[in-house]
Structure formats: C-alpha cells, structure tokens
Write a protein that binds this ligand. Structure first.
Ligand SMILES: CSC[C@H](NC(=O)[C@H](Cc1ccccc1)NC(=O)N1CCOCC1)C(=O)N[C@@H](CC1CCCCC1)[C@@H](O)C(=O)OC(C)C
Length: 325
C-alpha cells in the first residue's frame, strides 16, 4: 500500500518540513527525519507546561494502543535538542501507507527547543533502525515496517523552496523529476544515509574533484560542508564573513549568491544561489552553506535536498538516487 504525504515548510525559511501522520486516527504534524530512527510524539504524559501549544497524542483514546511496559527511549540530536519517554505500539498511517504494530515513542520530557517549536509535534525517523534508541529492544522504523507492503522498498523526497512538497512511499513518480536518476552507494555503519560526494564547483567556476563524506538528512535545515568548500564559496560573495556571534557565515542581504554545484558520481547537483540566502539574521543574511567543523561528516540538508528529487532506496543494498527537477 504505497503512500504519498505533503511536506509543508513551517516558516518562511523552510527551517523544517512537517507532515500529517495518523496514529489510530489522531493526526499529528511530524518532522520526517532521515537523520534519526525514532518515531516519537508529544503526549499526555508530558508536563502540561511542555504540552502547551502542541497537538498531543493521547494513548488512552486509542483502541489499538498496546503499551510496552518497561520500554524507554532517550534521544539527543545534532543540535543538542532531545526528548525521552516510554513506548507502545499502534497503527500508524502516512498518506496511503498504513503500518500496524509500529513503535510509537511517548514523550515524558522534551528539551526547550521542542517546547517552543509549537508546529512540531514529534519526529518520524527515516534513518536505519540500527540507531533506534528504544531499550531494552530497539524498534523498527515506519519505513522498515512498511517495506514489505510497498510496491518497491523505497521512499522519495521532493521538498520544495518556500512551498509544500511530498514524501512518497513505495513508488518513484517519474512526473516529479527530469533526466536520469544517478544512484550512489550508501554506507549504513553509522545508521545514516551516508555516501561520498565527488566534489564541488562555485558558480561558473571549474569543478573541483574531492571526496566528501556526507549524509542525506531531511531533518537538517542547512548544508554543512568541509571548510575548503565553504571558504571557496563565500570568497565569491562580496561582503561575506564568518560571524561568530551569529554562529556562521553572513553577508549583506543585497548580495548575489552564486549557485553551488555538488558532485554525486558523474552527476552534477546544482543548488540555486537564492536557496543559499537562508534568512535575515541581525543586520545581515545568514548562509545556507556552513562549515561541518565539529560534526564529523558533511550534511546535505534541506537547502540541498529541495533542489533535487531524492530516492532513498531501502533494498538489500541500500542506495541513494538523485535527479534534477
Ligand atoms: C548539524 S545537525 C543540526 C540539525 N538541526 C537542525 O538543522 C535544526 C532543525 C530545526 C529546525 C527548526 C526548528 C528546530 C530545529 N536547524 C538549525 O539548527 N538551524 C540553525 C541554523 O539556521 C537554520 C536552522 C539536527 O539536529 N537534526 C536532527 C533532526 C532535528 C529535527 C528538528 C528538531 C530537532 C532535531 C537530526 O537530523 C540529526 O540529529 O542529524 C544528525 C545526524 C546531524
């Protein structure tokens, strides 16, 4: 039972995209995150102060809810936000794709970033189940449980710039991309959709071949790349500089930003310069390309993903596919 669901940007900067998910009929807007593997929701088990402004899942109102007694979870994300709680199973439906016995992680505590992000009522993890945080037994992701019922074991991301996009489960919709799909191998040892980029070009500059260890992460807003790439990019932006008080590269909002081409095998993925003018911040504008220092790998986040049609192929040899659109 293939499915398709709308991914709507929460704000004018596409900082995150939320999708409606039904848990036994209770519909919550969740962030689909290919950088983690827990499905967790705001719940009636949270202190009322943390529930404020959110849509809350109430297990007591679900007839298909089965508590997993003694099971807990605890997750910390790259941006140091986090959440923890207890676990049960329920029927989870995304677009036309329905899964029973899905582990739904109930939040009993969430960090302040989640409390204030009132549009976000939880996450649906789409990385590999190996990094699910449930104890004593890790649980499968929605995609892993759905796979056997899908026409093919894939999901696709068609995120858009300042507009709603879609996640599709089970089919590769050829109306959503142009030209050929380029596939690249994925390393799953860290539990991420990890691959090696083949290099970069800034604007109309020549392509620089270099291996870039990166993950495709729908849950990360920006693009994080090695310093060599980031400095080469902002050298082409007049007035750009690293502003430690803003935590990254900023530039005058009137600046014209060059495109950034990122190589994947022989494919050249072009990120339009306008996508890299992420948002006003202070008297300047904040860049959508930032340094990966301290992360340990590069992250091709939403600023990149929304310029492409991306196939997350969960077959026995997982791979990522990219196409223009
Ligand atoms: C360098 S990794 C940072 C990444 N977080 C982000 O990219 C957050 C996402 C967010 C958007 C809106 C509101 C709140 C949070 N955005 C962010 O840090 N921004 C700072 C720079 O300006 C743009 C927004 C991250 O932690 N991603 C998580 C999922 C994320 C979803 C939203 C809630 C917080 C957790 C996950 O993909 C992850 O941990 O990836 C690891 C593997 C890097």
């Amino acid at each position: 039972n293939d499915g398709s669901v709308t991914a709507t940007p929460v704000d004018a900067y596409d900082s995150e995209y939320l999708c409606p998910v039904s848990i036994d009929g209770q519909i919550l807007a969740l962030e689909f995150d290919s950088g983690s593997s827990d499905l967790w929701v705001f719940s009636t088990s949270l202190p009322l102060s943390q529930q404020k402004g959110h849509v809350i899942f109430d297990p007591s109102k679900s007839k298909n809810w089965k508590a997993l007694s003694g099971y807990t979870w605890n997750i910390t994300y790259g941006d140091k936000s986090g959440a923890s709680g207890t676990v049960g199973t329920d029927v989870v439906t995304v677009g036309g794709t329905s899964v029973s016995g899905q582990a739904v992680e109930i939040a009993t505590q969430v960090s302040s970033q989640f409390v204030s992000d009132t549009a976000n009522n939880g996450l649906l993890g789409l990385a590999f189940s190996s990094i699910n945080t449930v104890k004593p037994q890790k649980q499968k992701t929605f995609f892993d449980l759905a796979k056997p019922s899908l026409s093919s074991p894939v999901f696709t991301a068609d995120l858009k710039h300042h507009a709603p996009g879609t996640y599709d489960f089970g089919t590769i919709n050829s109306a959503k991309y142009t030209g050929a799909i380029t596939y690249t191998n994925v390393v799953t040892s860290k539990g991420f959709w990890e691959f090696t980029g083949s290099g970069y070009a800034v604007g109309n500059g020549s392509f620089v071949s270099s291996s870039i260890d990166a993950i495709a992460d729908t849950g990360t807003t920006l693009i994080y790349l090695p310093d060599a790439v980031v400095t080469a990019y902002y050298q082409q932006v007049s007035g750009a500089s690293y502003d430690s008080s803003q935590g990254g590269y900023t530039f005058p909002c009137s600046a014209t930003l060059p495109n950034l081409t990122l190589g994947i095998g022989s494919y050249r993925a072009v990120v339009p310069g306008q996508y890299i003018n992420y948002s006003p911040r202070g008297s300047k504008c904040f860049g959508g390309v930032q340094s990966n220092t301290g992360i340990g790998f590069s992250i091709y986040g939403d600023v990149f993903l929304k310029s492409q049609f991306v196939i997350f192929d969960g077959s026995s040899t997982p791979r990522l596919g990219f196409a223009s659109k």
